[in-house]
Ligand binder design. Structure first.
Ligand SMILES: Cc1cc2nc3c(=O)[nH]c(=O)nc-3n(C[C@H](O)[C@H](O)[C@H](O)COP(=O)(O)OP(=O)(O)OC[C@H]3O[C@@H](n4cnc5c(N)ncnc54)[C@H](O)[C@@H]3O)c2cc1C
Length: 416
């Protein structure tokens, strides 16, 4: 079933009886060529690109809950490629380019909106750092613009420019950045993978691995044993718990990140703004709600709910940046579990167990990475070789001293 204006018109005139479920509910088969653990954005994108780009369709995506119940349906939907280090920036720029063609590619409306992402700076030193980052972005083929205070004021006059403690000195703008509808991304990839023959198995939790002579030959699940030529973990915040069952201890800590949505307001913010003197980022959804977030909770947790001190911290950031937000009422808040790596950068690699692969360490920035993560993980699984833009995202980089420490925060997952 493909979507088009003609199709919508035809269905409208015939009582909408022709729409079909967007993916099947198949029973698990005894064996697949590849089993992907996790029906989040990255698992589904991997299955989609394996089928579409590499012609591999004997694949199952096993999801312990319902499709999109994890972070793919919980994030604040920001997409951007404003990284600096060579181990990261080309990867995120590939992702940005895939976002730009995604809706045509998988024939689904994911509401990709390149409304611009503006990182504010509040000191001369921070502006220097943004100049450096902007230059690195441009060298990797991305777009970047440095704005002065007046440039920021012209875009967002309601910000607190007179704030003596955090004066707005300018900002780094990526016009091609923006937002996308998070769960539509999961649905679009799921539909595209299913159409090509991939089995999506919901309510199917992986409870163990079939490891024989150092080789992974499948998984134990709540719906029975499934044998596989390759097993690819894509479990985001649960990565350490899942791969512990294969005897692996990961360089990852899990922390909760919360998101907040205000009551619906008239259009006021037409892009994404991030505060540079604290951790606060905000955009406005098409329904009018202000969508915002900030730091992770400081302690480790696998609970999908957060705590009050972080809510207070996030709201303080909001008030310092745009005092008018104090008049808006908060409508909803929720939490998701982040797979925080030791250097804040992701891992797409083999593991020490033969035929067992890992995709993890996305921290709180994995939504924007979804297309490139699926693309590069599919490349690794299909060809056995890392994709060039993900070549530094190795699992053993921490013991080899090859960290990709974008923030310069050191081996402190909660600070990245
Ligand atoms: C509040 C919040 C705001 C965020 N904001 C942004 C943002 O603005 N921009 C951005 O780029 N990123 C953002 N992120 C991060 C981003 O959402 C994640 O990095 C990304 O979604 C992780 O990849 P995923 O979609 O595959 O994860 P998930 O959707 O979590 O997928 C993992 C899946 O694995 C499943 N699973 C776990 N254990 C098992 C098992 N044993 N068996 C089977 N299945 C299992 C889970 O149920 C889950 O569905 C945010 C995250 C949160 C929580």
């Amino acid at each position: 079933m493909s979507f088009s204006a003609f199709r919508i018109l035809a269905e409208a005139l015939t009582g909408h009886g022709g729409w079909k479920p967007m993916w099947r509910e198949p029973e698990p088969q005894a064996r697949y060529d590849i089993v992907i653990i996790g029906g989040g954005g990255h698992g589904l994108a991997t299955a989609y690109y394996l089928a579409k780009e590499h012609g591999l369709t004997n694949i199952a995506v096993v999801e312990k809950g319902w499709l999109g119940s994890g972070n793919i349906g919980r994030n604040t939907t920001i997409i951007r490629s404003n990284y600096m280090l060579p181990g990261n920036e080309p990867f995120y720029e590939l992702s940005m380019r895939l976002w730009e063609g995604l809706e045509q590619d998988f024939n689904y409306n994911a509401m990709v909106s390149q409304r611009g992402v503006l990182n504010l700076c509040h000191s001369d030193a921070q502006r220097d750092a943004y100049v450096r980052r902007g230059n690195a972005m441009i060298m990797a083929g991305a777009d970047a613009e440095l704005l002065d205070t007046d440039g920021v004021r012209a875009m967002y006059p309601f910000l607190d420019f007179a704030n003596a403690r955090f004066p707005v000195k300018g900002g780094l703008l990526q016009r091609r950045g923006g937002t996308a509808r998070h769960d539509a991304v999961a649905w679009g990839y799921a539909r595209g993978a299913d159409m090509r023959g991939v089995d999506i198995l919901q309510n199917c939790e992986v409870t163990g691995f079939l490891i024989e002579d150092g080789q992974c030959n499948g998984v134990e699940t709540t719906r029975g044993t499934i044998r596989a030529g390759k097993v690819a973990s894509c479990a985001a915040g649960s990565s350490s718990r899942v791969l512990e069952k294969a005897g692996l201890r990961l360089p990852i800590e899990s922390h909760v990140l919360q998101a907040f949505v205000s009551e619906g307001l008239k259009p006021v913010i037409d892009g994404v703004i991030t505060f540079g003197a604290g951790h606060f980022y905000i955009s406005q959804s098409d329904k009018g709600g202000l969508v915002f977030g900030g730091d992770i909770d400081g302690y480790n947790s696998y609970a999908q709910r957060g705590n009050l001190p972080v809510i207070e911290d996030v709201c303080e950031g909001g008030m310092a940046l745009m005092p008018a937000i104090g008049r808006a009422r908060l409508l909803r808040a929720w939490g998701g579990v982040m797979d925080m790596s030791m250097d804040g950068s992701p891992i797409i690699d083999r593991t020490p167990v033969n035929n067992l692969f890992i995709n993890a360490g996305w921290c709180y920035g994995g939504f924007k990475a979804t297309p490139a993560s699926g693309w590069c993980y599919a490349h690794l699984l299909a060809t056995g070789k890392p994709h060039p833009v993900a070549a530094q995202m190795r699992l053993d980089r921490f013991e080899r001293g090859l960290a990709i420490d974008e923030k310069g925060a050191g081996p402190q997952p909660n600070l990245h």
